[in-house]
Design a protein around this ligand. Structure first.
Ligand code: SAH
Ligand code: MG
Length: 210
């Protein structure tokens, strides 16, 4: 039912040539097909358009698909900072973001996100919108760092909260699953957050930093 519903809604939208091209490039490069679901890509654009953040931080760039979705909604002076551990992926994301016309508004920081985040905190940087979508074991840590880097009222979005169903499966207790359960609990209960969970696709968490 969920997949049929996603397909039903997907067909209502006009073809997105720019994002299709990004996915083509990624396929040609043999990259994993784990870009954010198209429906959540549109939601990210919409949320950013509502929030009008000047500084957006994305953790996990892959091929730049979600980066382009975020940039599409941002104000003309908005800058997207993307953290990516793999130099080859960062290069492809950079190129795809440039092709979409956003080269001047994209900053790519290559390296383990935990280290990049520590540096951003040290530098006293602040962000108005976060998209967490990198290695799942570190989600609770990335959330803590996002709160540390958040301007008042900043928005946090995070992808893959269901881990393909493993989050719900009591027999699955690997490090990613345990971290995601903790992360999901924090979204619901953290005193600094007002959160919500969307169970469509692979699950998306949303929160506002109080
Ligand atoms: N946000 C992207 C998809 C990201 S997939 C989109 O929807 O278009 C997850 C990405 O996180 C991969 O590119 C992977 O290389 C990166 N990643 C994994 N571990 C990381 C780490 N420790 N630090 C930074 N990036 C990491
Ligand atoms: Mg994802």
């Amino acid at each position: 039912m969920q997949e049929q519903a996603a397909l039903y809604f997907e067909r209502l939208f006009e073809k997105d040539d720019e994002l299709e091209r990004v996915l083509d490039v990624m396929r040609q490069q043999g990259m994993p097909e784990i870009s954010v679901a198209p429906g959540y890509g549109r939601l990210l654009t919409l949320l950013v358009r509502l929030k009008q953040p000047r500084r957006v931080l994305e953790i996990g760039a892959l091929g730049g698909y979600s980066g382009i979705c975020l940039l599409r909604g941002m104000p003309a002076d908005g800058i997207l900072t993307s953290l990516e551990i793999r130099e080859d992926f960062a290069q492809i994301a950079r190129s795809n973001i440039a092709m979409a016309g956003y080269a001047a508004r994209s900053e790519m920081i290559v390296g383990p996100a935990a280290e990049s985040l520590a540096r951003l905190v040290q530098e006293g940087r602040q962000f108005d919108f976060f998209f967490i979508d990198a290695d799942k074991e570190n989600y609770p840590h990335y959330l803590a760092q996002a709160i540390a880097l958040a301007s008042p009222g900043a928005v946090v979005a995070a992808d893959n909260t269901l881990l393909g169903g493993r989050t719900l499966n009591a027999d699955k207790n690997g490090p990613s699953v345990q971290a995601m359960r903790e992360f999901n609990r924090l979204i619901a209960q953290h005193p600094r957050l007002m959160g919500a969970h969307l169970p469509a696709y692979d699950g998306l968490a949303l929160a506002i930093v109080k």
